[in-house]
Design a protein. Structure first.
Ligand SMILES: Nc1ncnc2c1ncn2[C@@H]1O[C@H](COP(=O)(O)OP(=O)(O)OP(=O)(O)O)[C@@H](O)[C@H]1O
Length: 898
């Protein structure tokens, strides 16, 4: 036999034998002697060199060589060695096959691809090496295992195709069957990748630089051959799967790049042996123009899905009171895809209001939703042939719960609810069939038996009778023989080796009849078999085997019948998810005193007594969130410049305005006394300076990139929030850039966006004088006895102080520094007052400020000079909070030393 290296291109080889050369060559069998099983392993492994192979050996899944080293580390299992022909050894680590569900998710969560290699024939029936083959390739993006999946999240696999004019993208969640596509410029695809957060992304081999250059390196990726990314291959694959002549019915026919990406996904499913995919019933286009555009910075800085601080809360945490897993997943989607048309938003709001007004209806829906479970993922498991008897019973329970929901929705005085009710399908025939055939509390696995109810199949009933009466008969034998032999402790028992046997304790061994055949000697007893016992054993065991075969057959037939209902049950799952989200909105609104916003097709944003939905939940007991009014429009008050001390609540106000708008546009009630929301098409936020050093960009570069993106994309319908824009550079540059940007938004006809601009550059208050739609506001504080009290009220007019020194004091800054800072501030202020800021060119203002700073550090005090040097040597942009604290403590030590 000749082994070809070309097919064996992975690391384990080097550990099985010594490689003379790395390059391709052929090796004769004389040079290498492998055990036959290892040869089989190598052949299979060569098909998926990058995956950890779980190789089934009897009752174990084994891993070998480098796979074993990796698996032992991730799974915490013992690494051993096994002989591998001609005195060689190979690393090995394994676990019992029934523990697959425990260990597989750990490998997937560690970002590994796993090839499952099973025995394809019964080892008992062959004398040769057992046939084995890869039955499934599980990867982070292609998993239906409950232990890998998070029930509140979709598990998307994505594919990206780099077309000539645009980029195509597709997303598939195999656990729910949802399949989506879109195409557009890189930044749009980047936004989608961030919003859908796929667990794995596929792209064409050799295009890594392009991929990472546009989308970063945070995704788990896999490269596929270039032939996968051709239009003909992709179209063929899609048409074959959907059994259609073209893709017009899905509304994606014109999306050439999207189609290529979608085809690549299906191709990948074939490659990973996922061929039962009847639950993927449609390919939908992601309709960009239907949703508010939120870029990834906005999603992150508004903390919609996750908090930027460890342990912090997100908007999703506050508003997710969904009951079903489908509801939780849909709500997460709604959060990043707010609507921008009045009608669908009002449709949602109408339902939320209906829940409010009809507590009985709300209670009924709530009660039934608790019974439904993960209908969407269960029906996907039906399609892929992995549904357990318990899940089938859960499916029945869900369909039963849908009946009262459907009825209540149809009877409701609300068109959206009527439409939900109409779409719900009771699937009565299959529901009743499950009820008739499957026991109410079946075992987890069908091969354990006891799944099918009595009365379903006459043959099954007969076999069960034989099995049960046979067992009774064995008891009779026990009793009879005990009496005949006079052995009171005689007992009939069963083990896998001898089958049924009679056990007699040694003290009675003399009384055993001659015709009994001795099979086993124990310390205190002997075990025997008899002719009669063997005959009954055959009958009982034969019946039990037949029962299992028959039950499995009946169960498989039922699951097959269920596949006919996949589309209807998927629709049910969607409608239930929708209802669940709207119910969640109603409950959140009740609990937190939200009101229904008025949605209008104009450019007014008028929020009265608005609150921040997340901060208000986090305040210490006894503290109340101070509500504020914010009014923006395109004619009188387009841009608000908000100044005010540090810690006053400027950022909170900015964010709450965006969050209220966003909540309204996903159809939720909002935390305010009243809210008039003129529909927003895009929300942009630039909040604080953040570093992106990992991709080689400075704080300021990131800030300017984001600001440029905003300015290039805003429209007169957009909402823009700038928080401390320009902070990442010198005061002089910062003010100039901030001023120019505000001026642009005010003046540019296309860019007349409603804008909130929070800043510490009080100089920007000058703009109100020259620009008609710019208005100054400040978040108020009161100074009492040298102490600052935060009133947190938004008031008309600019403010002059930042009270930064006060905040430094609150933060525990050494008293001497606080005192000295106050002296310097007074000096600076008096100087500025003499010179005057208003009307002066910004350059002058800034230069003066620089001059003052210099005089501070020109003092003769060597301690101050030492502090100056310490501060000047700091790289503030790269300073971690801990380093900052350490530095403060160093400075404190210097002062104390004085
Ligand atoms: N309206 C409010 N009612 C009650 N507490 C509030 C309110 N607004 C803000 N806070 C509290 O004050 C803290 C500081 O608010 P915020 O970060 O908005 O201040 P800021 O003015 O942006 O400060 P800085 O200029 O230093 O960034 C918040 O974390 C919150 O706990």
């Amino acid at each position: 036999m000749i082994l070809c290296w070309k097919t064996i291109i992975f690391a384990p080889i080097s550990e099985l034998f010594t490689l003379k050369e790395e390059k391709e060559r052929t090796v004769s069998e004389e040079e290498i002697v492998l055990t036959p099983m290892m040869k089989q392993f190598l052949d299979l492994k060569a098909k998926h060199p990058d995956a950890v192979m779980l190789f089934r050996c009897g009752d174990f899944y084994e891993t070998y060589s480098t796979d074993a080293i990796v698996a032992a580390e991730i799974l915490g299992i013992t690494l051993t060695k096994r002989a591998n022909g001609k005195g060689k050894t190979i690393e090995m680590a394994g676990f019992p096959h029934h523990a697959l569900d425990t260990y597989l998710p750990k490998l997937i969560r560690a970002g590994k691809r796993v090839a499952i290699c099973d025995q394809l024939e019964d080892p008992k029936l062959t004398k040769k090496l057992v046939k084995r083959g890869i039955t499934e390739l599980v990867t982070p993006g292609v998993s239906i295992n409950d232990n890998v999946l998070n029930y509140k999240e979709n598990n998307f696999l994505a594919a990206v195709h780099f077309g000539k004019a645009s980029c195509g993208v597709a997303f598939l969640d195999i656990s729910t069957g949802e399949f989506l596509t879109a195409e557009g410029p890189f930044d749009y695809v980047d936004k989608l990748l961030n919003n859908f957060a796929p667990k794995e992304v596929l792209f064409e081999r050799g295009k890594r630089l392009m991929f990472e250059g546009n989308f970063g390196n945070k995704f788990f990726t896999f490269e596929l051959d270039d032939w996968v990314f051709t239009e003909t291959t992709a179209r063929e694959k899609l048409l074959k799967h959907f059994e259609t002549k073209n893709l017009k019915g899905f509304g994606v026919e014109h999306l050439k790049n999207g189609i290529i990406a979608s085809g690549a996904i299906l191709q990948y499913l074939t490659m990973t042996q996922h061929t039962q995919i009847g639950h993927i019933t449609a390919l939908s286009r992601i309709e960009e123009d239907k949703y508010v555009r939120l870029d990834k910075f906005t999603v992150r800085s508004l903390e919609l899905i996750g908090s930027m601080n460890d342990g912090g809360s997100s908007l999703l945490n506050v508003i997710d009171k969904t009951i079903s897993p489908m509801g939780a997943r849909l709500l997460k989607r709604w959060m990043v895809f707010p609507l921008k048309d009045v009608k669908p938003i009002n449709d949602r709001l109408n339902v939320v209001e209906y829940f409010f007004r009809q507590p009985d209806f709300k209670e009924l829906i709530e009660e039934q939703l608790h019974l439904i479970g993960d209908l969407e993922r269960i029906i996907s498991k039906v399609a892929v042939g992995r549904v357990s008897p318990r899940e089938v019973v859960q499916l029945k329970v869900a369909l039963q719960a849908i009946e009262p929901i459907k009825q209540a929705c149809m009877e409701a005085d609300n068109a959206s609810l009527n439409s939900i009710g109409e779409q719900l399908n009771l699937c009565i025939s299959i529901r009743d069939r499950i009820d008739k055939e499957i026991k109410n509390d079946p075992p987890l696995l069908v091969n354990k038996g006891g799944v099918i109810k009595d009365g379903v199949n006459a043959e099954l009933d007969d076999l069960r009778r034989i099995s049960f009466t046979g067992k009774d008969y064995l008891l009779q034998i026990q009793q009879r023989e005990s009496e005949l032999t006079g052995i009171p402790s005689l007992k009939v028992a069963y083990n896998n080796v001898f089958g049924y046997y009679i056990e007699v304790r040694n003290i009675h061994k003399e009384k055993v009849p001659q015709e009994w055949i001795r099979k086993q000697t124990l310390v205190n007893a002997e075990r025997y078999i008899t002719q009669e016992l063997k005959e009954y054993e055959e009958k009982i065991l034969g019946a039990e085997d037949k029962i299992l075969v028959l039950e499995t057959q009946l169960y498989t037939d039922l699951v097959q019948a269920l596949t006919e209902f996949i589309p209807q049950i998927q629709i049910n799952a969607n409608q239930i998810a929708r209802l669940d989200c709207l119910l969640s909105f109603a409950n959140v609104a009740c609990e937190n005193r939200y009101i229904r916003p008025v949605i209008e097709d104009n450019e007014v944003l008028d929020i009265r007594q608005g609150r921040h939905p997340v901060i208000e939940k986090q305040l210490p007991i006894g503290e109340k969130y101070i509500a504020n009014d914010v009014m923006l429009d395109n004619s009188t008050q387009q841009i608000i410049i908000i100044t005010g001390p540090n810690m006053a609540g400027k950022s909170a106000l900015l964010r709450q305005t965006a969050l209220i708008t966003l909540l309204a546009q996903i159809g939720s009630f909002v935390p305010a006394e009243s809210a008039q929301i003129g529909l927003v098409d895009k929300i942009f936020t630039r909040v604080g300076a953040s570093d992106n050093i990992s991709v080689g960009e400075s704080t300021f570069m990131v800030e300017m990139n984001e600001a440029a993106d905003i300015l290039n994309n805003i429209s007169s319908r957009s909402l823009v929030l700038f928080d401390e824009l320009g902070r990442g550079t010198s005061t002089y540059d910062g003010i100039s850039i901030a001023w120019a940007i505000v001026e642009y938004i005010h003046e540019h006809p296309r860019a007349k966006a409603r804008t909130l601009f929070a800043t510490h550059y009080h100089e920007l208050n000058e703009m109100e004088k020259s620009f008609k739609r710019i208005k100054n506001y400040n978040v108020s504080v009161k100074e009492v006895d040298n102490k600052v009290i935060f009133l947190r009220k938004l008031e008309r007019g600019g403010s002059e102080h930042s009270f930064g020194i006060h905040v430094a004091k609150m933060a525990g800054m050494p008293k001497s520094i606080v005192k000295r800072s106050n002296e310097i501030l007074k000096e600076l202020e008096s100087d500025n007052r003499q010179q005057g800021i208003g009307g002066k060119p910004l350059a002058e203002v800034s230069e003066n400020r620089g001059g003052m700073q210099l005089s501070f550090f020109q003092l003769d005090d060597p301690i101050l000079c030492q502090i100056r040097d310490e501060i000047l040597n700091l790289d503030v942009n790269n300073l971690t909070p801990i380093e900052a604290l350490n530095k403060l403590s160093d400075i404190k030590r210097i002062i104390r030393g004085k």
